[in-house]
Design a protein around this ligand. Structure first.
Ligand code: UT7
Length: 363
């Protein structure tokens, strides 16, 4: 059975750069607060009537395809992961398919929020390993800026998020699964590609980081799981005037609670990946964590005793781009020469759901 390799990678961010100081013009915040609490200096926002989640994803995909040396006609499956799709339905998978001029192949949409890219990578990995597909185009893209509360009320959420896209082309390697590293085998063993993926979720605190409207919940939540600011029931109507007038259409986050959970689950799932492959933190060339908050990455690095050069962060430039953050960071790291053949790379994510996941790759 072959392994799955990333044959090409691309990223795209919209041209509109928004600094922390720009945000101070619309809400009560400061460059100092944002940098101190999150490490973010600026982010990119989509340009209305120009950029959408699909268009940005397609731009990233074109670069990934070119780098993989694959034409659109060779793609046999599309996976699109986002929580900010162009339409409620259909998903961005078919919209990207249409924009790329590809017909008839399957297009799958995956949500899974901040863990979306790793979940999608894991799904693609299974299809490649079983031989079902030979060239999968995986796109991760987000347009948060169209749906954030830019008043002071929404500042704890809105200053964090940014827009952008990343994409990879997945292909089979020639290596056999049997070549997986075993105890005592040096990490320079020839087995390359995705070594493992580990996916987790726990819905018991689903509303802690959520955007529950527009939805069909009609105000019904698990009794003990109401968000601190519960969405108002509107008799099951999908979108009403009242809904639009309230804050219920914006993301809600209990930031400190999410932070506390993140710094537990990130190290856990990274160690799970390493242990499953009989590797240690010292074998790790690069950890690419979902860019949720620089303080989270730093605490994870500290807990795992990783050197600065073993962790890649670029949240200062892009903010938190949810599903797109890992492929954007991976692409940038690869472009900067920080990811080389045979390097052990760990991707890890934690976010809304809660969902968390890791992928270990020998590049
Ligand atoms: O990617 C998905 C996963 N998401 C995460 O992992 C995010 C995890 N959480 C976080 O990163 C942090 O909780 C935040 C960056 C969101 C918030 O930082 P915090 O240190 O937890 O702040 P806080 O929510 O506890 O708020 C502290 C204070 C409050 O004021 P008072 O009540 O102490 O007077 C907030 O009103 O900071 C205030 N505040 C702000 N002040 C200026 C909240 N947001 C802002 C803001 N500018 N943007």
């Amino acid at each position: 059975m072959p392994r799955t390799k990333i044959a090409g990678i691309g990223m795209y961010v919209p041209k509109n750069v928004v600094t922390n100081n720009d945000l101070t013009r619309v809400m009560d915040t400061s460059d100092e607060w944002i940098q101190e609490r999150t490490g973010i200096k600026e982010r990119h926002y989509a340009i209305p009537f120009e950029d959408t989640t699909t268009t940005m994803g397609v731009e990233a995909a074109k670069i990934a395809l070119e780098r993989a040396g694959v034409s659109t006609s060779e793609i046999d499956f599309i996976i699109f992961t986002t929580i900010s799709p162009d339409y409620y339905f259909p998903g961005c998978g078919v919209l990207a398919q249409r924009a790329l001029g590809i017909s008839d192949i399957g297009a799958l949409d995956i949500r899974n929020q901040c863990s979306g890219f790793i979940y999608a990578l894991s799904v693609g990995d299974q299809f490649i390993k079983t031989g079902m597909y030979k060239n999968i185009l995986l796109i991760a893209a987000e347009t948060h800026s169209y749906g954030l509360d830019f008043s002071t009320r929404g500042r704890n959420v809105s200053v964090i998020f940014g827009d952008g896209a990343g994409a990879v082309v997945l292909q089979p390697t020639g290596a056999e699964l049997d070549e997986a590293p075993s105890p005592g085998v040096s990490p320079s063993s020839p087995s390359r590609g995705i070594l493992s993926t580990h996916l987790h979720s726990d819905g018991s605190e689903a509303e802690m980081l959520s955007m529950i409207n527009p939805g069909f919940h009609a105000g019904k939540f698990a009794p003990e799981k109401k968000p601190a600011k519960p969405a108002q029931p509107y008799g099951g109507l999908f979108i009403t005037k009242q809904l639009l007038e309230k804050e219920d259409i914006y993301p809600y986050m209990d930031g400190p609670a999410v932070f506390k959970k993140a710094i537990i689950k990130f190290p856990e799932v990274i160690l799970e990946a390493l242990t499953a492959n009989h590797l240690q933190t010292s074998d790790l060339r690069l950890l690419i964590p979902h860019q949720a908050n620089l303080r989270i990455s730093q605490m994870v690095q500290h807990k795992l005793k990783l050197r600065d050069d073993q962790v890649y962060n670029n949240i200062d430039k892009y903010g938190n781009t949810t599903a797109a953050s890992i492929p954007i960071a991976l692409c940038e790291a690869w472009e900067n020469g920080k990811v080389k053949d045979n390097d052990i790379i760990c991707l890890a994510a934690f976010g809304s759901g809660f969902t968390w996941a890791s992928a270990l790759i020998r590049w």
